[in-house]
Design a protein around this ligand. Structure first.
Ligand SMILES: Nc1ncnc2c1ncn2[C@@H]1O[C@H](COP(=O)(O)OP(=O)(O)OP(=O)(O)O)[C@@H](O)[C@H]1O
Ligand SMILES: Cc1ncc(CO)c(N)n1
Length: 272
């Protein structure tokens, strides 16, 4: 029997299904990876924004991670919305305890509409507890600014920020350029501690980008779970998110979800 590859997402629930745990599980499934989840918070959310956030109690987060750790070893793990320093400490402790090494940390802080998904006081715990465990960290520019304390405008700033982030522990830094800065392209920067690799692509003109960061980091974790190198995993993840944005579903009055079927449809030759 072929070995089934497993990935775990530790993140919040998005009732609208476009981001968070839902985006992660859909992405794992599409990339042929068995998905597991540990919820950190429940959000009431749609394409217009976040209407409410209910963090889970520490015991609930601990119990989920122990159930998985005791029986179902994931081949890769990603973290998304963690909300509080208390949850970050639990998650980091369990990752250490169970030796989950292929870790992608998406340092989720704010939803597209501006609602906080991480308490301000938790940024220090993220830096101190979680970043040192990460194989890959995937901040967008505003998140990188908060983590490094610097303002990022030009490319030299991005490189400086990537160096600072790398010094915080992650072996690979992916500084994403998805946030609309008025340019016609999107420039993601990959830094492995030695060289900078710029990954550029066209900016797809759409407002339907809800959950792009979650989907992208889940796709990276899927590649790592399959034993791909970080560079291979990032390259597939980029193709996955690009297809998902290009063929976005167009639901909702606000920022609609991306299309998690798109990449698989193209590869299987089935129309969306
Ligand atoms: N309009 C776009 N066109 C092409 N690629 C995009 C676009 N928006 C985002 N991306 C790509 O999607 C990936 C996720 O990046 P993004 O910067 O949107 O994450 P994020 O801001 O963390 O998302 P989220 O708001 O869901 O947390 C990156 O590889 C980025 O380059
Ligand atoms: C639950 C959740 N996690 C992450 C994001 C960031 O896109 C979101 N909007 N909701």
């Amino acid at each position: 029997m072929t070995r089934v590859v497993k990935a775990l997402t530790i993140a919040g629930s998005d009732s609208g299904g476009g981001a968070g745990i839902q985006a992660d599980l859909k992405t794992f499934q599409e990339l042929g990876v068995y998905g597991m989840s540990a919820l950190t918070a429940v959000t009431a959310q749609n394409t217009l924004g976040v209407q409410a956030v209910y963090p889970l109690e520490s015991e609930a987060v601990t119990a989920q991670l122990d159930s998985i750790g005791a029986d179902l070893q994931p081949d890769a793990v990603k973290t998304g919305m963690l909300f509080s320093s208390e949850i970050i400490r639990i998650v980091a402790g369990k990752i250490r305890q169970y030796g989950w090494n292929s870790l992608v940390v998406d340092p989720v802080m704010v939803a597209k509409g501006g609602s906080p998904l991480l308490q301000q006081e938790a940024v220090r715990a993220l830096i101190a507890e979680l970043l040192p465990l990460a194989l890959v960290v995937t901040p967008n520019i505003p998140e990188a600014e908060i983590l490094t304390g610097m303002t990022i405008s030009g490319l030299p700033d991005r490189e400086r920020a990537a160096r600072l982030l790398h010094a915080m522990g992650p072996q690979y830094v992916v500084l994403k350029g998805g946030h609309d800065d008025g340019t016609s392209g999107v420039l993601d920067l990959l830094y492995d501690g030695q060289e900078f690799i710029y990954m550029d692509g066209p900016r797809i003109a759409t407002r339907h980008t809800h959950g792009t960061g979650c989907t992208y980091s889940a796709a990276i974790a899927s590649g790592l779970a399959k034993g791909n190198t970080v560079t291979e995993a990032i390259s597939t993840a980029k193709a996955f998110i690009q297809a998902a944005i290009e063929d976005s579903l167009g639901f909702g009055a606000g920022h609609g979800p991306t299309n998690h079927f798109a990449y698989g449809n193209r590869h299987r030759g089935i129309l969306p």
